[in-house]
Design a protein around this ligand. Structure first.
Ligand code: NAD
Length: 356
Protein backbone atom coordinates (compact mmCIF):
# COMPACT_ATOMS: atom_id res chain seq x y z
CA UNK A 1 0.00 0.00 0.00
CA UNK A 2 1.02 3.64 -0.54
CA UNK A 3 0.64 6.26 2.20
CA UNK A 4 1.14 10.03 2.09
CA UNK A 5 2.70 11.46 5.23
CA UNK A 6 3.16 15.19 5.89
CA UNK A 7 6.29 15.70 8.00
CA UNK A 8 6.77 18.69 10.31
CA UNK A 9 10.28 18.64 11.77
CA UNK A 10 9.72 21.82 13.77
CA UNK A 11 12.26 23.37 16.13
CA UNK A 12 14.93 22.39 18.68
CA UNK A 13 15.35 18.60 18.78
CA UNK A 14 12.43 18.21 16.32
CA UNK A 15 14.59 17.66 13.19
CA UNK A 16 16.95 15.13 14.79
CA UNK A 17 14.23 12.92 16.31
CA UNK A 18 12.19 13.03 13.09
CA UNK A 19 15.27 11.86 11.13
CA UNK A 20 15.33 8.65 13.19
CA UNK A 21 11.56 8.11 12.90
CA UNK A 22 11.71 8.40 9.08
CA UNK A 23 14.47 5.76 8.91
CA UNK A 24 12.22 3.41 10.89
CA UNK A 25 9.21 4.02 8.63
CA UNK A 26 11.32 3.39 5.53
CA UNK A 27 12.57 0.11 6.94
CA UNK A 28 8.98 -0.94 7.83
CA UNK A 29 8.08 -0.11 4.23
CA UNK A 30 10.88 -2.38 2.93
CA UNK A 31 10.06 -5.22 5.32
CA UNK A 32 6.30 -5.25 4.79
CA UNK A 33 6.02 -3.99 1.21
CA UNK A 34 4.53 -0.51 1.81
CA UNK A 35 5.56 2.79 0.33
CA UNK A 36 5.60 5.91 2.49
CA UNK A 37 5.72 9.18 0.64
CA UNK A 38 7.00 12.02 2.86
CA UNK A 39 6.26 15.69 2.18
CA UNK A 40 8.13 18.09 4.43
CA UNK A 41 6.23 21.19 5.56
CA UNK A 42 7.02 24.05 7.94
CA UNK A 43 5.31 24.85 11.25
CA UNK A 44 6.43 26.50 14.47
CA UNK A 45 9.36 28.88 14.94
CA UNK A 46 11.14 27.78 11.75
CA UNK A 47 7.96 28.58 9.78
CA UNK A 48 7.81 32.02 11.39
CA UNK A 49 11.45 32.67 10.40
CA UNK A 50 10.84 31.78 6.75
CA UNK A 51 7.18 32.72 6.16
CA UNK A 52 6.36 35.17 8.98
CA UNK A 53 3.69 32.87 10.43
CA UNK A 54 3.90 29.74 12.63
CA UNK A 55 1.39 27.94 10.41
CA UNK A 56 1.56 28.76 6.68
CA UNK A 57 -1.54 27.96 4.59
CA UNK A 58 0.56 25.65 2.42
CA UNK A 59 1.25 23.49 5.50
CA UNK A 60 -2.47 23.20 6.30
CA UNK A 61 -3.27 22.28 2.69
CA UNK A 62 -0.58 19.60 2.44
CA UNK A 63 -1.53 18.11 5.84
CA UNK A 64 -5.21 17.96 4.78
CA UNK A 65 -4.16 16.20 1.59
CA UNK A 66 -2.16 13.52 3.45
CA UNK A 67 -3.08 10.25 5.17
CA UNK A 68 -1.30 11.29 8.39
CA UNK A 69 1.00 13.94 9.85
CA UNK A 70 4.22 13.30 11.78
CA UNK A 71 5.40 16.15 13.98
CA UNK A 72 8.64 16.60 15.95
CA UNK A 73 8.20 19.55 18.32
CA UNK A 74 7.95 23.32 18.08
CA UNK A 75 9.06 26.32 20.12
CA UNK A 76 12.13 27.68 21.83
CA UNK A 77 13.57 30.77 23.54
CA UNK A 78 14.30 32.43 20.17
CA UNK A 79 10.57 33.02 19.66
CA UNK A 80 9.51 33.61 23.29
CA UNK A 81 9.14 37.38 22.87
CA UNK A 82 6.75 37.15 19.92
CA UNK A 83 3.12 38.18 20.45
CA UNK A 84 0.77 35.25 21.28
CA UNK A 85 -0.62 34.88 17.75
CA UNK A 86 2.82 34.46 16.17
CA UNK A 87 4.30 32.09 18.74
CA UNK A 88 5.27 28.60 17.52
CA UNK A 89 2.85 26.92 19.97
CA UNK A 90 -0.03 28.88 18.39
CA UNK A 91 0.74 27.08 15.13
CA UNK A 92 0.29 23.78 16.93
CA UNK A 93 -3.07 24.68 18.48
CA UNK A 94 -4.22 26.03 15.14
CA UNK A 95 -3.22 22.98 13.15
CA UNK A 96 -5.15 20.65 15.50
CA UNK A 97 -8.22 22.84 15.04
CA UNK A 98 -7.81 23.16 11.25
CA UNK A 99 -7.54 19.38 10.95
CA UNK A 100 -10.55 18.74 13.22
CA UNK A 101 -8.52 16.65 15.67
CA UNK A 102 -10.81 16.35 18.69
CA UNK A 103 -9.34 13.26 20.37
CA UNK A 104 -5.91 13.13 21.96
CA UNK A 105 -4.64 9.63 22.62
CA UNK A 106 -1.74 9.25 25.01
CA UNK A 107 -0.52 5.83 26.04
CA UNK A 108 1.40 5.68 29.31
CA UNK A 109 3.31 2.44 29.26
CA UNK A 110 5.79 1.38 31.90
CA UNK A 111 8.34 -0.83 30.15
CA UNK A 112 9.70 -3.46 32.48
CA UNK A 113 13.38 -2.58 31.76
CA UNK A 114 12.64 1.04 32.77
CA UNK A 115 10.77 0.30 35.97
CA UNK A 116 13.51 1.93 38.07
CA UNK A 117 12.55 5.25 36.48
CA UNK A 118 9.00 5.00 37.92
CA UNK A 119 8.61 6.93 41.18
CA UNK A 120 6.15 4.36 42.61
CA UNK A 121 7.09 1.43 44.86
CA UNK A 122 8.02 -1.78 43.05
CA UNK A 123 5.15 -3.79 44.59
CA UNK A 124 2.65 -1.36 43.02
CA UNK A 125 4.11 -1.52 39.51
CA UNK A 126 5.39 -5.07 39.37
CA UNK A 127 4.88 -6.37 35.80
CA UNK A 128 4.51 -2.82 34.39
CA UNK A 129 1.31 -1.10 33.24
CA UNK A 130 -0.25 0.05 29.98
CA UNK A 131 -2.76 2.89 30.23
CA UNK A 132 -4.29 4.79 27.32
CA UNK A 133 -5.68 8.25 28.11
CA UNK A 134 -8.31 9.49 25.62
CA UNK A 135 -8.65 13.23 26.13
CA UNK A 136 -11.24 15.50 24.48
CA UNK A 137 -9.12 18.12 22.70
CA UNK A 138 -11.21 20.85 21.11
CA UNK A 139 -13.99 21.65 23.61
CA UNK A 140 -14.63 22.32 27.29
CA UNK A 141 -13.21 25.06 29.46
CA UNK A 142 -10.19 25.81 27.22
CA UNK A 143 -12.53 26.92 24.44
CA UNK A 144 -15.65 28.10 26.38
CA UNK A 145 -16.75 31.67 26.96
CA UNK A 146 -14.41 33.63 29.20
CA UNK A 147 -14.08 37.12 30.50
CA UNK A 148 -13.65 39.55 33.34
CA UNK A 149 -16.21 41.59 35.24
CA UNK A 150 -16.60 43.68 38.35
CA UNK A 151 -17.73 42.05 41.56
CA UNK A 152 -18.35 43.17 45.16
CA UNK A 153 -14.95 41.63 46.01
CA UNK A 154 -13.04 43.39 43.20
CA UNK A 155 -12.28 42.32 39.65
CA UNK A 156 -13.53 38.81 38.81
CA UNK A 157 -12.69 36.42 35.94
CA UNK A 158 -14.47 33.36 34.59
CA UNK A 159 -14.02 30.48 32.13
CA UNK A 160 -16.88 28.23 31.04
CA UNK A 161 -16.92 24.44 30.80
CA UNK A 162 -19.41 23.74 28.00
CA UNK A 163 -19.91 20.39 26.29
CA UNK A 164 -22.53 19.40 23.73
CA UNK A 165 -23.97 15.90 23.37
CA UNK A 166 -22.30 15.55 19.96
CA UNK A 167 -18.86 16.40 21.33
CA UNK A 168 -19.24 13.86 24.15
CA UNK A 169 -20.63 11.14 21.87
CA UNK A 170 -17.73 11.25 19.44
CA UNK A 171 -14.98 11.14 22.09
CA UNK A 172 -16.80 8.36 23.98
CA UNK A 173 -17.02 6.31 20.77
CA UNK A 174 -13.29 6.78 20.15
CA UNK A 175 -12.57 5.48 23.67
CA UNK A 176 -14.80 2.41 23.27
CA UNK A 177 -13.36 1.64 19.84
CA UNK A 178 -9.81 1.83 21.22
CA UNK A 179 -10.75 -0.31 24.25
CA UNK A 180 -12.02 -2.97 21.83
CA UNK A 181 -8.49 -3.26 20.44
CA UNK A 182 -7.07 -3.56 23.97
CA UNK A 183 -8.37 -5.02 27.25
CA UNK A 184 -12.00 -3.88 26.78
CA UNK A 185 -12.21 -1.68 29.86
CA UNK A 186 -13.12 2.03 29.81
CA UNK A 187 -12.88 4.23 32.90
CA UNK A 188 -14.76 7.50 32.50
CA UNK A 189 -13.40 10.32 34.68
CA UNK A 190 -15.59 13.36 35.44
CA UNK A 191 -16.83 15.51 38.32
CA UNK A 192 -20.56 14.75 38.16
CA UNK A 193 -21.10 15.32 41.89
CA UNK A 194 -20.51 19.05 41.33
CA UNK A 195 -20.58 20.01 37.63
CA UNK A 196 -23.66 20.04 35.40
CA UNK A 197 -21.43 19.60 32.33
CA UNK A 198 -20.07 16.41 33.93
CA UNK A 199 -23.61 15.13 34.58
CA UNK A 200 -24.42 15.44 30.87
CA UNK A 201 -20.99 13.95 30.06
CA UNK A 202 -21.71 10.87 32.21
CA UNK A 203 -25.27 10.45 30.84
CA UNK A 204 -23.96 10.44 27.27
CA UNK A 205 -21.03 8.09 28.02
CA UNK A 206 -23.49 5.64 29.65
CA UNK A 207 -25.74 5.81 26.58
CA UNK A 208 -22.88 5.23 24.11
CA UNK A 209 -21.70 2.28 26.25
CA UNK A 210 -24.89 0.42 25.28
CA UNK A 211 -23.49 0.13 21.73
CA UNK A 212 -20.37 -1.60 23.10
CA UNK A 213 -21.70 -4.46 25.27
CA UNK A 214 -18.34 -6.25 24.99
CA UNK A 215 -16.55 -3.35 26.74
CA UNK A 216 -16.82 -2.82 30.53
CA UNK A 217 -17.42 0.79 31.63
CA UNK A 218 -16.79 2.21 35.07
CA UNK A 219 -16.74 5.77 36.40
CA UNK A 220 -14.49 7.73 38.76
CA UNK A 221 -14.70 11.29 40.03
CA UNK A 222 -11.58 13.18 38.99
CA UNK A 223 -10.20 13.63 42.52
CA UNK A 224 -10.43 9.88 43.10
CA UNK A 225 -9.10 9.21 39.56
CA UNK A 226 -5.95 11.25 40.27
CA UNK A 227 -5.45 9.26 43.47
CA UNK A 228 -6.13 5.86 41.89
CA UNK A 229 -3.48 6.50 39.20
CA UNK A 230 -0.89 6.62 41.97
CA UNK A 231 -2.44 3.96 44.23
CA UNK A 232 -2.94 1.29 41.57
CA UNK A 233 -2.17 2.26 37.94
CA UNK A 234 -2.54 -1.35 36.82
CA UNK A 235 -6.34 -1.16 37.29
CA UNK A 236 -6.66 1.07 34.17
CA UNK A 237 -6.93 0.19 30.50
CA UNK A 238 -8.55 3.14 28.65
CA UNK A 239 -9.38 6.40 30.46
CA UNK A 240 -11.79 8.81 28.76
CA UNK A 241 -12.10 12.35 30.04
CA UNK A 242 -12.61 16.04 29.29
CA UNK A 243 -10.04 18.46 27.90
CA UNK A 244 -8.87 19.95 31.20
CA UNK A 245 -9.03 16.77 33.29
CA UNK A 246 -7.22 14.95 30.47
CA UNK A 247 -4.52 17.61 30.32
CA UNK A 248 -3.74 17.09 34.00
CA UNK A 249 -4.25 13.32 34.27
CA UNK A 250 -2.23 12.48 31.15
CA UNK A 251 0.75 14.38 32.56
CA UNK A 252 0.32 12.55 35.85
CA UNK A 253 0.20 9.22 34.00
CA UNK A 254 3.27 10.10 31.91
CA UNK A 255 5.26 10.93 35.05
CA UNK A 256 4.56 7.39 36.29
CA UNK A 257 6.48 6.00 33.32
CA UNK A 258 9.62 7.88 34.32
CA UNK A 259 10.60 9.65 31.11
CA UNK A 260 9.03 12.26 28.93
CA UNK A 261 11.35 11.09 26.12
CA UNK A 262 9.51 7.75 25.84
CA UNK A 263 5.88 8.76 25.30
CA UNK A 264 4.14 9.09 21.94
CA UNK A 265 0.72 10.57 21.21
CA UNK A 266 -1.92 10.68 18.52
CA UNK A 267 -4.51 13.36 17.80
CA UNK A 268 -7.44 11.97 15.84
CA UNK A 269 -10.53 13.34 14.16
CA UNK A 270 -13.21 11.66 12.08
CA UNK A 271 -12.05 8.74 9.98
CA UNK A 272 -8.50 7.45 10.06
CA UNK A 273 -6.53 10.67 9.62
CA UNK A 274 -4.32 11.63 12.56
CA UNK A 275 -1.40 13.76 13.74
CA UNK A 276 1.33 11.90 15.60
CA UNK A 277 3.94 13.47 17.86
CA UNK A 278 5.99 12.83 20.99
CA UNK A 279 4.47 14.37 24.12
CA UNK A 280 7.65 16.30 24.93
CA UNK A 281 8.62 19.74 23.67
CA UNK A 282 11.54 20.93 21.57
CA UNK A 283 14.12 20.56 24.41
CA UNK A 284 16.24 23.57 23.32
CA UNK A 285 18.75 22.80 26.10
CA UNK A 286 19.99 19.67 24.28
CA UNK A 287 19.12 20.48 20.64
CA UNK A 288 21.77 19.65 18.03
CA UNK A 289 23.96 17.70 20.50
CA UNK A 290 22.93 14.15 19.58
CA UNK A 291 21.57 13.73 23.13
CA UNK A 292 17.80 13.57 22.61
CA UNK A 293 15.79 10.40 23.00
CA UNK A 294 14.13 9.56 19.65
CA UNK A 295 11.98 6.73 21.09
CA UNK A 296 8.81 8.80 21.74
CA UNK A 297 8.84 9.88 18.09
CA UNK A 298 9.61 6.37 16.87
CA UNK A 299 6.74 5.04 19.01
CA UNK A 300 4.52 7.77 17.50
CA UNK A 301 5.11 6.15 14.10
CA UNK A 302 3.89 2.86 15.61
CA UNK A 303 0.67 4.63 16.62
CA UNK A 304 0.38 6.04 13.09
CA UNK A 305 0.79 2.57 11.57
CA UNK A 306 -1.94 1.20 13.85
CA UNK A 307 -4.51 4.03 13.96
CA UNK A 308 -4.26 5.72 10.57
CA UNK A 309 -3.15 2.83 8.35
CA UNK A 310 -4.65 -0.14 10.25
CA UNK A 311 -1.22 -1.87 10.14
CA UNK A 312 -1.29 -3.65 13.51
CA UNK A 313 1.56 -6.08 12.81
CA UNK A 314 3.82 -3.30 11.57
CA UNK A 315 3.03 -1.16 14.64
CA UNK A 316 3.81 -4.10 16.90
CA UNK A 317 7.12 -4.64 15.06
CA UNK A 318 8.23 -1.09 15.90
CA UNK A 319 7.16 -1.38 19.54
CA UNK A 320 8.92 -4.75 19.93
CA UNK A 321 12.13 -3.38 18.40
CA UNK A 322 12.11 -0.51 20.93
CA UNK A 323 11.55 -2.93 23.78
CA UNK A 324 14.40 -5.19 22.60
CA UNK A 325 16.81 -2.25 22.58
CA UNK A 326 15.78 -1.35 26.14
CA UNK A 327 16.11 -4.96 27.31
CA UNK A 328 19.65 -4.98 25.88
CA UNK A 329 20.45 -2.05 28.18
CA UNK A 330 20.84 0.84 25.70
CA UNK A 331 19.76 4.23 27.07
CA UNK A 332 19.85 7.88 26.04
CA UNK A 333 20.79 10.33 28.81
CA UNK A 334 17.20 11.01 29.95
CA UNK A 335 16.57 7.33 30.82
CA UNK A 336 20.13 6.39 31.74
CA UNK A 337 20.87 4.62 35.01
CA UNK A 338 24.10 3.11 36.35
CA UNK A 339 25.28 -0.02 34.57
CA UNK A 340 23.40 0.75 31.34
CA UNK A 341 24.99 1.62 27.97
CA UNK A 342 24.74 5.34 27.18
CA UNK A 343 24.02 6.15 23.51
CA UNK A 344 23.17 9.24 21.48
CA UNK A 345 20.15 10.03 19.30
CA UNK A 346 21.56 8.56 16.08
CA UNK A 347 22.91 5.43 17.75
CA UNK A 348 19.55 4.80 19.44
CA UNK A 349 17.76 5.12 16.09
CA UNK A 350 20.27 2.75 14.50
CA UNK A 351 19.77 0.18 17.26
CA UNK A 352 15.97 0.20 16.81
CA UNK A 353 16.49 -0.18 13.06
CA UNK A 354 18.76 -3.20 13.60
CA UNK A 355 16.23 -4.80 15.94
CA UNK A 356 13.30 -4.45 13.56
P1 NAD B 1 10.50 20.05 26.93
O1 NAD B 1 9.62 18.85 26.89
O2 NAD B 1 11.01 20.55 25.65
O3 NAD B 1 11.76 19.76 27.89
C1 NAD B 1 11.64 19.46 29.27
C2 NAD B 1 12.90 18.72 29.73
O4 NAD B 1 12.87 17.38 29.20
C3 NAD B 1 14.20 19.34 29.20
O5 NAD B 1 15.19 19.19 30.18
C4 NAD B 1 14.56 18.52 27.99
O6 NAD B 1 15.94 18.46 27.72
C5 NAD B 1 14.00 17.14 28.38
N1 NAD B 1 13.53 16.40 27.19
C6 NAD B 1 12.40 16.64 26.48
N2 NAD B 1 12.34 15.78 25.45
C7 NAD B 1 13.43 15.00 25.51
C8 NAD B 1 13.92 13.95 24.72
N3 NAD B 1 13.27 13.49 23.63
N4 NAD B 1 15.09 13.37 25.06
C9 NAD B 1 15.76 13.79 26.15
N5 NAD B 1 15.35 14.78 26.95
C10 NAD B 1 14.19 15.39 26.63
O7 NAD B 1 9.65 21.19 27.69
P2 NAD B 1 10.02 22.72 27.94
O8 NAD B 1 11.48 22.87 28.23
O9 NAD B 1 9.02 23.18 28.92
O10 NAD B 1 9.71 23.44 26.57
C11 NAD B 1 10.68 23.75 25.56
C12 NAD B 1 9.95 24.33 24.36
O11 NAD B 1 9.10 23.33 23.80
C13 NAD B 1 9.05 25.50 24.70
O12 NAD B 1 9.18 26.46 23.68
C14 NAD B 1 7.66 24.91 24.73
O13 NAD B 1 6.66 25.84 24.43
C15 NAD B 1 7.78 23.87 23.64
N6 NAD B 1 6.82 22.75 23.74
C16 NAD B 1 6.40 22.22 22.56
C17 NAD B 1 5.55 21.13 22.57
C18 NAD B 1 5.15 20.53 21.26
O14 NAD B 1 5.73 20.87 20.24
N7 NAD B 1 4.19 19.64 21.24
C19 NAD B 1 5.14 20.56 23.78
C20 NAD B 1 5.64 21.11 24.98
C21 NAD B 1 6.48 22.20 24.94
Amino acid sequence: MKYKIAVIRGDGIGPEIIDQALLILNKIGDLFGHSFNFTEVLAGGCAYDVKGTPLPQETIDICKNSDAVLLGAVGGPKWDELPGDLRPEKGLLQIRKELGLYANIRPAILYDPLKDACPLKSEIIDGGFDICVVRELTGGIYFGERGRKKSAMGEAAYDTELYSTGEIERIARKAFEIARQRNKLVTNIDKMNVLESSRLWREVVNRIALDYPDVTLNHLLVDNGAMQLIRDPKQFDVIVTTNMFGDILSDEASMLTGSIGMLPSASLGEGKFGLYEPIHGSAPDIAGQDKSNPLATILSTAMMLRFSFGLQEEGKAVESAVEKVLVKGYRTGDIYSKGMKLVGTREMGKLVLENL
